[in-house]
Design a protein around this ligand. Structure first.
Ligand code: GLC
Length: 622
């Protein structure tokens, strides 16, 4: 990404800026707490549109108008340094916040597809849709290495293998920035390794393991030129990353040579101390450059100004942070770009175009992992009388998961554009029927040859997705905000699906008891303990969170394409209620996944046998 090098211009601007203007550049406010006049008056460096925070009617024109107004205000040189803000969003599986945007599978499904080229195509498509909305910055990709599937953010990870995360993450960064959107690799560092998978908890590891598992995946992305890094809420051995000088300054900036922006997470500095001034001081001196202080940004500016004036923060540290921010804005070309409303890619026709939806369908298809296929249940035949049942069969919100239109995700089919899994099956097998009862009571062996039962989780994001046994709170010190523990209500207490969602097993059993073979499709953000469900099923597919193009799932169920997905992490067995993602005792190993091998694929009249040794073995060599 090569904007002109504005060294002289930026140095001159830096020289002319007041302390408050410099601190303003270090401040990222949330759009709901900020006006265009605020951006001008306080020289705000960035604006974020948090999960579910969308302007106006959440149409493309509303997003364009929002950033254009911020830009115009910033460039009103009257009393301001004339530096535009960067506007960022969590487009973590497509521009999911924005109604109508293309919604791709979440990262765990892309890990199952395991294809860096596919990830690059998705990053480019996502970039085009971000640019269409007039924004510049994507808080993605997450380079989390999931080590415990009780973690509510497991689905934001490409998997449990650091090498896979490294490869797919770098592919995403190169493609996104190549398409001229700023990447933000996150969360630095160790977010997927916390004790019991508790979000924002403590990652207690020796240095060697932290380096090999959680730091290594960042290296290719940093080498690819990622322009920003977001610091993680978690702690390392009890010390919060947001105040960790070694991890941020000595390691990331000095040893690894990162020259871009180190960004805090949402009020992440609050954890450092109940005294906000000390929290601010610790985080700035640890080496963070920009601070995501969504609502309290005025207090942040005042507090940091006070810390500098009292000598607790060196002016040189402020200048280093602002120099990095200006360097990124210059390298991105922000200072040469026209206002958002006048940019070439703004409002471009790529937004939600057919090619992007086809790509999302391909990604959904390639992410499906076939765990079991007995009695030649799959592939389904068009001539079969197919019953489709289960709570997730016809629910776009559920198949998309969190970070889709709203932070926690949606339920139903009213707000997301796409095709449910049921609609995808119906398109390929018009005589299929949907059992609206959701509990399988509509099944009749006189009418139905086979049933597809789509089950699993309902949407969640961040700590709301955690599985926490019992009500104990964060185990590690420091997880307090102003002296109060801050756990989000957990999703459930158990990874055992039959305990968390008994309706799913009941539906499967109800249909199977009628002598109808069941093909179960699990829509979930992670592996779950599903022994009972899989035993009651003739075939079982891990669908992950496939996104808005459900026909991609239908295409492998119907044998239009073979299954190619492989587990990006071990699948816990019944004794792994602790959620640890380890091979010992796993129900299925990482890399597992069957093809429609012995079963004849139905491609219309041209049936072919797929009997490659790899498909028969069902394991991909990662
Ligand atoms: C959240 C997440 C982070 C996200 C940020 C902005 O708390 O931890 O991944 O980018 O806030 O929405």
């Amino acid at each position: 990404m090569a904007g002109k090098d504005h060294k002289e211009l930026l140095s001159a601007k830096l020289e002319r800026m007041s302390l408050r203007q410099k601190i303003g550049q270090m401040t990222m406010a949330e759009r709901l707490s900020t006006t265009a006049e605020d951006v001008r008056r306080h020289s705000l460096g960035a604006i974020l549109c948090g999960g579910g925070s969308h302007p106006g009617n959440n149409e493309l024109v509303d997003w364009i108008a929002m950033n254009d107004a911020f830009w115009q205000a910033a460039m009103d040189e009257e009393g301001s340094p004339g530096i535009p803000p960067l506007v960022g969003v969590d487009a973590v599986h497509g521009h999911g916040n924005l109604k109508g945007a293309t919604v791709f599978p979440h990262n765990i499904g892309l890990g199952a597809a395991g294809d860096p080229q596919l990830v690059a195509e998705i990053a480019r498509a996502t970039a085009r849709e971000i640019l269409a909305s007039g924004l510049e910055w994507n808080f993605a990709p997450a380079l989390s290495v999931a080590r415990n599937c009780k973690w509510g953010r497991s689905y934001e990870s490409f998997g449990s293998d650091p090498a896979l995360v490294a490869r797919l993450g770098a592919s995403y960064v190169e493609a996104l920035q190549g398409e001229r959107v700023i990447a933000c690799v996150k969360h630095w560092v160790g977010d997927g390794g916390t004790w019991q998978g508790m979000d924002q908890g403590d990652t207690a590891l020796p240095w060697e393991e932290l380096e090999a598992t959680h730091i290594a995946p960042y290296l290719p992305s940093l080498q690819a030129g990622a322009l920003t890094v977001m610091v993680s809420f978690n702690s390392w051995n009890g010390d919060k990353c947001h105040g960790h000088r070694f991890l941020v300054t000595e390691l990331l900036k000095q040893r690894l040579g990162f020259a871009g922006i180190v960004l805090s997470d949402w009020n992440g500095i609050d954890y450092l101390d109940a005294d906000y001034a000390i929290a601010v001081r610790k985080s700035v001196n640890a080496g963070l450059d920009m601070f995501m202080v969504p609502e309290r940004w005025r207090e942040f500016i005042d507090t940091l100004e006070g810390q500098v004036r009292e000598g607790h923060v060196e002016l040189a540290r402020i200048d280093d942070a602002v120099r990095r921010i200006l360097r990124v804005k210059s390298r991105y070309g922000l200072l040469d770009m026209p206002r958002p409303a006048h940019r070439a890619k703004t409002g471009n026709a790529d937004f939600a175009c057919a090619a992007h939806r086809d790509l999302a369908r391909k990604a959904a298809r390639q992410s499906q992992v076939l765990l079991k296929n007995e009695r030649q249940a799959l592939p389904l035949g068009r001539e079969q009388r197919i019953l489709v049942a289960g709570k997730n069969a016809h629910n776009l919100g559920h198949q998309c998961g969190g970070w889709t239109v709203s932070w926690q995700g949606e339920s139903g089919n009213g707000t997301i554009t796409g095709e449910t899994i049921w609609q995808g099956i119906q398109a390929l097998a018009p005589q299929a029927v949907l059992d609206e009862s959701l509990d399988g009571s509509g099944a009749d062996p006189r009418l139905h040859d086979v049933a597809v039962v789509v089950i699993g989780e309902t949407p969640y994001a961040e700590g709301h997705g955690d599985i926490r046994h019992g009500d104990h709170l964060f185990a590690e010190a420091g997880a307090m905000i102003n002296g109060l523990m801050n756990p989000l209500d957990a999703y459930a207490k158990s990874l055992v699906l039959a305990e968390t969602h008994p309706e799913d097993l009941a539906c499967i059993r109800s249909i199977a008891a009628r002598g109808i073979p069941v093909v179960t499709v699990l829509v979930s953000g992670r592996p779950l303990i599903i022994d009972a469900e899989i035993d009651a099923s003739a075939a079982f597919v891990a669908s992950w969170l496939p996104g808005a193009e459900g026909r991609g799932v239908a295409e492998v169920l119907m044998g239009e394409h073979d299954f190619s997905g492989r587990l990006p992490l071990p699948w816990p067995g019944p004794e792994h209620g602790d959620g640890l993602l380890v091979e010992a005792g796993a129900a299925f190993p990482a890399g597992h996944g069957l093809g429609l091998s012995a079963t004849r694929q139905r491609l219309g009249e041209n049936a072919i046998d797929a009997t490659s040794p790899e498909q028969v073995a069902g394991v991909r060599r990662i």
